[in-house]
Design a protein around this ligand. Structure first.
Ligand code: SAJ
Length: 420
């Protein structure tokens, strides 16, 4: 049985390690966090993702998955560690460097090293390969190296891990073939081979495409507010054109990927990547716009007005709060002197204190919907109007039935809708 060492047991490493363990590999999951290691060895998990707990339990019970703080000799090493931003918006490659150094100490001829972490173009050649070479083995000759970027959507990770097409970029074509042999054991999507730097650029391009399109939607929404139009109607009608598909406006872009990766391109060439940088700034400006709209709705309602914030996760139906624009809206409103009560049915590991829906709404002067959880789409507004001090709502996700809320006595404001 082939041995695989998965470096990093986060949102990507943990599902990947579990899927590999249930597809015939002997897997060691490695993480620097002792609690994560302890939990996994007990068949438990530290993150929220539908179906993941069951899969991890099955993998651990099969005896094919265990965790440790340090890597061990293996046939394949898969690096799935974070690539966050530094304070000055540059890729912080510390985790990739340290994981590579840790595994390089165990390297044997014929081993395959796969980088899954989203990384700036050139990382395999410029960072990983030299560390492998320094351990005495020539990448592409004695050991194999490939980039196989993860592309799974939080909330649908297990489904997409199996079904999505995979891009594999080899340090050499033979390296790509080696990596393909591993992924083809569990991937139902097509596996397409290229070189390592192209694969790195492909992954960053995907998330940049999304970020720039969301920024465009947000900017158009702001214009619609100024022009006293309804952006959602504009969006729906424009998207009837066969080559137009307008994204949704919202309170900003969260998560650990789309709000981070475009900066990897800006860092490489700030003079060229000006559209990408502007899009990032537009998306980052949205929480402040939302906070301003809430403040306008509050007017001089009270000395210390109460705001009920619904949703703190970065997107609907997930519990992940990383880089969530909702957190920034809460922070800005508190900074401006409001009491902000926060509700979220999913975000078990929220960095801000959560309360029940009843506590959240009791005596509130304004309700703001920040996350498009299904739970909020079907809220009955009538009992809410009775417990709030003032029945006022701002929907930043365009998910409420405006007529129904108005009938229940609410003053309804919607992000991207001006005037009416
Ligand atoms: N959002 C909008 N408007 C939209 C779409 C999204 O405001 O029209 C917001 C969401 O509310 C959220 C953020 O953007 O705050 C990002 O959400 P998302 O669902 O678009 O993407 P992520 O961050 O959950 O996952 C992305 C995916 N990339 C692409 O869709 C190109 C996923 O496939 C990647 O694997 C993941 O990043 C990653 O790990 O890189």
């Amino acid at each position: 049985m082939q041995r695989i060492c998965v470096m990093g047991l986060g949102y990507i490493g943990l599902p990947t390690a579990s899927v590999l363990a249930t597809h015939g590999f002997q897997v060691l999951g490695v993480d620097v966090n002792a609690r994560v290691v302890e939990l996994l060895n007990a068949g438990r998990i530290h993150i929220e993702e539908p179906g993941l707990h069951t899969l991890v339990q099955a993998a651990v019970n099969s005896g094919n998955l265990r965790a440790a703080l340090e890597p061990e000799p293996a046939d394949v090493y898969c690096i799935a560690v974070p690539t966050p931003l530094t304070a000055d918006k540059r890729a912080d490659m510390t985790c990739v460097r340290e994981a590579t150094e840790a595994l390089a100490a165990h390297l044997q001829p014929g081993n395959l090293v796969i980088l899954e972490s989203t990384s700036p173009p050139g990382t395999c050649r410029g960072l990983v390969a030299p560390i492998l070479a320094a351990s005495g083995f020539t990448p592409g000759a004695q050991v194999h190296l490939a980039h196989c970027p993860e592309r799974v959507l939080p909330g649908k990770i297990l489904k997409e891990l199996i079904e999505n097409d995979r891009i594999i970029g080899g340090y050499t074509p033979a390296c790509a073939e080696k990596a393909k042999a591993i992924y083809s054991t569990f991937t139902e999507g097509e596996i397409i081979l290229t070189d390592a730097t192209t694969a790195e650029m492909v992954k960053v391009t995907e998330n940049t495409f999304r970020d720039v399109n969301i920024a465009l939607a947000n900017e158009l929404a702001l214009l619609c507010e100024e022009l006293e139009l309804d952006f959602d109607e504009v969006r729906r009608l424009a998207s009837r054109h066969p080559r137009v598909n307008v994204h949704q406006a919202g309170p900003g872009v969260g998560g650990h990927c789309i709000s981070v990766d475009p900066w990897f391109l800006v860092e490489r060439s700030p003079q060229t990547a000006r559209l990408i940088a502007a899009a990032r700034c537009r998306n980052d400006s949205m929480p402040r716009h939302v906070a301003r709209r809430v403040q306008a709705l509050l007017g001089d309602a009270a000395d210390r007005p109460k705001v009920a914030a619904l949703g703190v996760a970065f997107k609907g139906n997930v519990g992940d709060t990383r880089e969530s624009p909702a957190l920034e809206v809460v922070r800005l409103l508190r900074e401006a002197g409001a009491e902000v009560a926060v509700h979220d049915p999913y975000a078990r590991f929220s960095p801000v204190e959560l309360c029940t829906l009843e506590e959240c709404l009791a005596g509130a002067d304004c309700l703001v919907v920040l996350t498009d959880h299904n739970d909020y789409k079907y809220l009955d507004p009538r009992p809410l109007a009775r417990v709030m001090r003032r029945p006022v709502v701002l929907d930043t996700r365009h998910i409420l039935n405006v007529d129904e809320w108005r009938r229940a006595g609410f003053q309804v404001a919607v992000l991207g809708v001006g005037g009416r």
